[in-house]
Design a protein around this ligand. Structure first.
Ligand code: R5P
Length: 267
């Protein structure tokens, strides 16, 4: 059980016997700042009470996008966060972490860490729900997901170019003169945060004469106004996995995560 003291500190109590048991903690890590400290306390308490190992299942892994020092003095928070998690847990399972300048979790995590892929599940959703799709990736980083999704869904894909000038100031290009041929664009990205990447891509598709686009995100963070921006841009449907709970969740990651936990426990 958990509750907040009047001073804002957290009370935690583990109701159960973990002595001699391997434990997996499930905690997705959007809005990570208030979540991480209680999580670290629980991991400590579990060890103190005799757990033989404590693993972390974080369907969404926070702080992966600041993967370089772009401006002098910036903190490379992906590496710092990885050090904190690696100190507290014996292993980590996550889904499609944002690997761009880091090529693998092992670049920054020092514990066994597995990056599960939602691509087969996204592809299955497309096959079941969209006639004549073409998968669109909004930027070069997305090619790693969209190529696999399109191959499994049995359709083609297009990767666009993105220019980001600020947190909510994004433009995409690469669709001028596009012949849609009756295909429905299915936008695929790892993260929907401000929603601007997807919204600008939806708008570009519409401007070049496509059918209303379907938006498919692995991690639906949905900052304030993100959903409205996507709807205003003309998205036909917005679908996410349940890595982060949201009304748009339509793709269940539980079997993928359960398999990963079993694999860690088998060693
Ligand atoms: C970019 O690096 C990511 O793959 C996503 O495209 C990005 O995080 C989406 O962010 P937003 O919804 O704020 O445009």
């Amino acid at each position: 059980m958990t509750r907040e003291f009047p001073d804002g500190e957290t009370y935690l109590r583990i109701e159960g016997d973990v002595n001699g048991r391997a434990v997996a903690l499930l905690c997705t890590l959007h809005e990570p700042n208030p979540r991480f400290l209680p999580l670290a306390f629980i991991a400590d308490a579990l060890r103190d009470m005799g757990a033989t190992s404590v693993g972390l299942v974080a369907p969404y892994l926070a702080y992966m996008r600041q993967d370089a020092r772009f401006l002098p003095g910036e903190a490379i928070t992906s590496a710092s966060f990885a050090r904190l998690v690696s100190r507290q847990f014996d292993w980590l399972a996550t889904v499609d972490p944002h690997l761009h300048r880091w090529h693998a979790l092992s670049d920054i995590y020092t514990i066994p860490a597995v990056a599960l892929q939602a691509a087969p599940l996204l592809a299955a959703w497309i096959r079941a729900n969209v006639d004549n799709p073409v998968v669109i990736g909004p930027d070069e980083e997305s090619e790693q997901w969209v190529s696999g999704v399109a191959a499994t869904a049995g359709c083609s894909y297009i990767v666009l170019e993105k220019q980001r000038r600020g947190d909510r100031d994004v433009s995409v290009s690469g669709l001028s003169g596009q012949d849609w041929g009756g295909r429905t664009p299915v936008l695929v990205d790892d993260i929907i945060s401000s929603g601007q990447t997807m919204a600008q891509t939806v708008a570009q598709c519409r401007a070049t004469g496509s059918a209303p686009a379907v938006c498919l995100g692995v991690h639906g963070i949905f900052a304030p106004e993100a959903l409205a921006a996507l709807q205003q841009a003309g998205a036909a449907r917005i679908v996410t996995t349940n890595a982060i709970a949201h009304p748009s969740n339509a793709i269940d990651l539980s079997p993928l995560l359960a398999d990963a936990v079993r694999a860690f426990w088998r060693g």
